[in-house]
Write a protein of this length. Structure first.
Length: 155
């Protein structure tokens, strides 16, 4: 195995784009985990309210939270698959160049699958956002508006 510095530099240049993509996927995973955390926190609050007594509104919101939880889990799975495949693509770029293996078709195939997983993840995230917005719109007018407070001035 005779590796030239120029060859390694070329492979590093080829792997820069997937590395930037991997950074974006990692950021997206953070966003998804934050959304999942908020769903879990809200579920805990509603469960505590249900311990005090039956509440139809709590059950309704829990059903919506369950749908959102499922969609976020699907998005997390697809994003993780995308990140994993990008890592494999980067490894195959180095392996193919250093070991003179013809991995170009495998690399291209894994990259396409990674992009499909990323598209799926964005689709699930967008669906979860739509479910959240729809629930918010349905209940936007349920709560009475707070009474306006009169400003008092002191001299």
């Amino acid at each position: 195995m005779n590796i030239q510095t120029n060859d390694i530099g070329h492979v590093i240049q080829l792997s820069i784009a997937p590395v930037f993509l991997l950074t974006g996927v990692a950021t997206k995973l953070t966003v998804l985990m934050n959304r999942l955390g908020r769903i879990i926190d809200r579920t805990r609050v509603l469960k505590e309210q249900l311990r005090k007594g039956p509440n139809v509104e709590c059950h309704e919101e829990l059903d919506v939270l369950y749908v959102r939880w499922q969609l976020i889990n699907y998005a997390l799975t697809a994003s993780t698959l995308c990140g994993f495949l990008i890592c494999v693509v980067i490894a195959c770029l180095f392996l193919g160049d250093t070991a003179n293996l013809p991995l170009d078709r495998y690399i291209a195939g894994m990259f396409v699958i990674a992009m499909i997983a990323l598209i799926a993840s964005f689709t699930f995230l967008l669906r979860e956002v739509f479910v959240s917005f729809r629930y918010m719109r349905m209940h936007l007018h349920d709560t009475p508006a707070p009474e306006p407070q009169q400003m008092t001035t002191t001299h």
